[in-house]
Design a protein around this ligand. Structure first.
Ligand code: CP3
Length: 334
């Protein structure tokens, strides 16, 4: 039988809610911080044995129902020949960002070849956790990737909207390039054994709704139409226009913590959803974490719900908060 997480992604009723957390692998775990003293971030990502080790760290501690491959959305820059690095305390840095339409790169290298390390990590993960958890692959969304490629790093988000305003055709061309990379990257991860894939177009919600409909939505449709495994869409700040997320064709609509779960359910009909506890709640006493988590579960109902946070785990999150969150799902009695 398909895993709990895959069944919920297909909209089915499940005996209890499946649970995983966005960015569950990473800096909130002491065992990750320890590995990072020996290896740079890119080295962890590019060495399949190490990427698998980091991917299963949260699974060994908490036993969530999904294990997400340890990688980053910015790997999609590699097939374009763009450099990036992750600087401690700063975040992503792209030394040569795109400043005008003439600078828009074409895909210069084969995705399966340059990102072969992601496929290798997924294959090994399937061997390691196969029956017990769903293996989750992912890619950045085209808008969020474009935003990094243009802005060059953490302060990139205004630069992307400005570029779009000044060069709408060039912006669309860049989205098209990333859409192609994302489609190939997700197909490649599914072929390697990913049971589910998620598209993180985290910043796309910052575009005005009409622009989103015109330039982002067609890319999302193309991506989700191409998938052979269930797909999850995640964009922050889409409360009030969940129809645009649903229109992506994704099997599962990711909800951030600013959306009321019951209202989202009413608006989205039978579409499966993922989310949406505020990541800040995990800092509270475990008793409070459990109460808030149960409230999300009750509002979401028994069918087609994957419990998750409304965004990634914050790096300072206490282990006890994550544990209380996962246990609440596992003990939840319909
Ligand atoms: O979910 C997971 O556990 C899988 C791994 C994963 C990472 N990044 C690991 C990572 C995923 C799915 C991502 C997605 C990602 N990366 C997004 C989209 C979703 C989101 O959460 O907003 C974005 C915008 C990025 C780009 C990126 N990479 C940023 C902003 C950072 C810095 C993070 C910070 O808080 O400073 C990274 C680096 C990164 N990616 C780290 C991890 C664990 C930190 C690496 C380290 O310093 O050790």
């Amino acid at each position: 039988m398909a895993s709990l997480l895959v069944r919920a992604a297909r909209g089915e009723r499940t005996e209890r809610p499946p649970v995983w957390l966005m960015r569950q692998a990473g800096r909130h775990l002491p065992e990750y911080r320890e590995l990072r003293e020996a290896y740079a971030f890119r080295e962890l990502v590019r060495t399949p044995a190490l990427a698998v080790e980091v991917s299963v760290q949260p699974w060994e501690r908490y036993r969530p129902d999904g294990v997400v491959v340890f990688s980053d959305i910015l790997t999609a820059l590699e097939p374009l020949g763009m450099e990036y690095r992750i600087e401690p305390g700063v975040g992503p840095v792209i030394p040569d960002p795109i400043t005008d339409p003439q600078g828009i790169p074409a895909k210069v290298r084969d995705v399966g070849e340059v990102l072969g390390y992601v496929g290798a990590a997924i294959e090994a993960l399937v061997d390691r956790v196969g029956e017990e958890a769903a293996v989750i692959g992912f890619a950045g969304g085209p808008y969020t990737l474009a935003s990094y490629a243009i802005g060059g790093g953490a302060g990139s988000r205004f630069a992307a909207r400005r570029f779009f305003a000044e060069h709408p055709e060039g912006f669309q061309e860049l989205l098209g390039v990333f859409t192609e990379v994302v489609i190939e990257h997700l197909a490649f991860q599914a072929a390697a054994g990913a049971d589910v894939v998620q598209v993180f177009d985290t910043y796309a919600g910052e575009l005005p709704p009409a622009a989103y409909r015109e330039v982002v939505l067609p890319c999302h449709r193309e991506i989700f139409d191409s998938l052979e495994v269930p797909g999850i869409v995640f964009v922050r700040g889409m409360g009030g226009r969940l129809d645009q997320l649903s229109g992506s064709g994704a099997d599962v609509v990711g909800l951030d913590w600013t959306v009321a779960m019951d209202a989202a359910r009413a608006e989205l009909g039978g579409r499966a959803v993922q989310g949406n506890l505020d990541p800040a709640v995990l800092f509270a006493d475990p008793k409070i974490v459990r109460e808030h988590t149960r409230a999300v579960l009750e509002a979401a109902g028994p069918a087609g719900h994957i419990l998750n946070l409304g965004h990634g785990v914050h790096k300072d999150t206490p282990v006890r908060g994550v544990r209380a969150f996962v246990e609440t799902a596992k003990e939840f009695d319909r």
